[in-house]
Write a protein that binds this ligand. Structure first.
Ligand SMILES: *[C@@H]1O[C@H](CO)[C@@H](O)[C@H](O)[C@H]1NC(C)=O
Ligand SMILES: *[C@@H]1O[C@H](CO)[C@@H](O)[C@H](O)[C@H]1NC(C)=O
Ligand SMILES: *[C@@H]1O[C@H](CO)[C@@H](O)[C@H](O)[C@H]1NC(C)=O
Ligand SMILES: *[C@@H]1O[C@H](CO)[C@@H](O)[C@H](O)[C@H]1NC(C)=O
Ligand SMILES: *[C@@H]1O[C@H](CO)[C@@H](O)[C@H](O)[C@H]1NC(C)=O
Ligand SMILES: *[C@@H]1O[C@H](CO)[C@@H](O)[C@H](O)[C@H]1NC(C)=O
Length: 423
């Protein structure tokens, strides 16, 4: 997603439309004569980038085809559910091939057999999200960070033909297919002996995090050792069952970094080890731009690969406890490391802070943490309430309701979703 400054008023409007979007899902697109519900109108009003902000909740298994936006946009592809698939490609980068990646194609086994693998080195599979491609987040941040750090085989999954703007709904629908085709490639790599399954680590950003979870449903050579979810996508992943979304059953170790929780990213824990950064929904230096907040997840992870300070978090049993001040970094018995070098035995929910600019890592320095989180939470509450007050006409009531929910989350009740959402 492109960076697009979002004023608090826009944020409130988005919340209002999100509530309207939920109603839309409940009623079905055909039943409503209100053209504010037409996704094309929402795109005209907000711009394509923020379209996905209105798509929260409501999706259930098999219901994608009736969701608002599905099929509205001529440019969206709904490919045959077959692997290998010409719309999903895989690119191998090593130090030797960093400028000229080699395509790995299951339909051409020699492309895998004779690729210039860094034999015996770890395999890192990077998966982009909505509007991404192999040269977009998280590839742009993380691929150079790995290759600079050491010898790795970095595979960038490119499913860009299936995830262009404004095709968010279709992209979500295609997540299972991308998981299937990626699993097929990994199985073929293991079968050919170019790598061992235990050397593979899958890293997915946003919708790519949900793709990563789907690999587990299709891989046949065993259980993945590790999946890292970078702010795994929330819109349309609130009420659907656990099968299509990232959770701790998808690998032996699933670690997750949340930077825009409850907005573009999932609010609830999605792995064995979940880190929430700063105010959990906003990141310092991002000034109300949720795309910036969201993209900090791959930025922090990339830095963690060779950060001398490291990102360290303190334990807290839940988001509610965190916001009500039950847990404080001052009395944290033990800090836990986030990112590439996380301890795969670590379990639980951790909270950590960053600097507003690179280098983001603060190491063990949590000195200002309590004050910073207090400031951040009161800012969220004030801004939402202020913007809701200022929003006029039909959006006002919904905005106030939604704003109250977010303010509630900031104040201690983690309720960005409707209470009926399973998570
Ligand atoms: C996964 O891909 C394989 C290979 O094309 C196909 O046979 C299978 O039906 C797919 N599974 C699903 C659930 O789409
Ligand atoms: C995507 O797949 C369709 C067929 O489903 C094909 O016509 C199209 O060329 C593919 N696009 C790309 C970029 O490979
Ligand atoms: C590459 O690695 C060197 C040495 O480890 C480090 O000093 C440098 O900052 C790294 N560059 C990038 C772009 O990460
Ligand atoms: C990883 O965590 C486990 C359990 O907390 C601990 O026993 C172990 O010493 C840790 N390993 C490292 C390398 O820190
Ligand atoms: C918190 O807010 C106060 C008042 O605006 C400010 O002086 C202080 O620097 C902030 N502290 C942190 C850690 O951001
Ligand atoms: C409401 O909008 C006015 C004009 O845009 C602005 O000056 C004011 O600060 C806003 N109030 C709040 C509480 O955001």
């Amino acid at each position: 997603m492109n960076a697009r400054p979002a004023a608090p008023a826009l944020a409130a409007l988005l919340l209002a439309l999100r509530v309207v979007g939920d109603l839309q899902v409940a009623d079905g697109p055909e039943d409503s004569g209100d053209d504010v519900l037409d996704p094309r109108k929402i795109v005209d009003l907000l711009g394509e980038d923020d379209y996905l902000d209105v798509l929260v909740g409501g999706g259930e298994d098999g219901k994608f085809l009736s969701l608002p936006g599905f099929g509205y946009f001529d440019s969206c592809i709904n490919p045959p559910a077959e692997c290998p698939n010409s719309n999903i490609t895989f690119w191998l980068y090593t130090r030797a091939t960093a400028e000229q990646p080699e395509q790995l194609d299951v339909a051409v086994p020699e492309s895998i057999q004779y690729a210039r693998w860094a034999r015996g080195k770890p395999v890192k599979v990077l998966i982009h999200g909505y509007t991404g491609d192999k040269d977009y987040s998280p590839n742009t941040e993380i691929r150079p960070a790995y290759l600079n750090h050491s010898e790795y085989n970095v595979i960038s999954v490119d499913w860009s033909p299936l995830a262009p703007s404004p095709c968010y709904v279709q992209a979500t629908y295609n997540v299972a297919l991308v998981g299937n085709c990626t699993a097929q490639l990994l199985d073929e790599m293991v079968r050919q002996g170019v790598t061992r399954l235990e050397d593979i680590h899958v890293v997915g950003f946003s919708l790519g995090g949900q793709v990563a979870g789907n690999i587990a449903n299709y891989i046949t050579s065993g259980t993945l050792t590790r999946i890292t979810g970078l702010d795994p996508a929330l819109p349309l992943f609130t009420t659907i069952s656990t099968a299509p979304r990232l959770d701790s059953s998808d690998a032996e170790f699933v670690d997750v970094i949340h930077t825009n929780a409850g907005w573009k990213g999932k609010l609830m824990p999605s792995g064995h080890l979940d880190f929430y950064l700063n105010s959990i929904i906003q990141q310092p230096g991002c000034s109300w731009d949720s795309s910036c907040d969201h993209a900090r997840a791959p930025a922090y992870f990339a830095e963690s690969i060779s950060s001398p300070q490291g990102f360290w978090g303190f334990s807290c049993s839940s988001i509610v406890s965190f916001y009500t001040g039950v847990c404080s970094p001052d009395d944290a018995a033990e800090l836990v490391l986030m990112g590439e070098n996380a301890n795969s035995s670590s379990r639980g929910i951790y909270f950590a802070y960053t600097n507003p600019t690179y280098p983001f890592a603060k190491g063990h320095d949590l000195g200002e943490a309590v004050e910073a989180v207090h400031n951040a939470t009161s800012q969220v509450g004030e801004a939402i309430q202020g913007a809701a007050t200022n929003t006029s006409s039909e959006a006002a009531e919904a905005a106030q309701n939604a704003g109250a929910e977010v303010a509630g989350a900031a104040g201690g009740v983690a309720a960005v979703h409707r209470p009926s959402a399973s998570d």
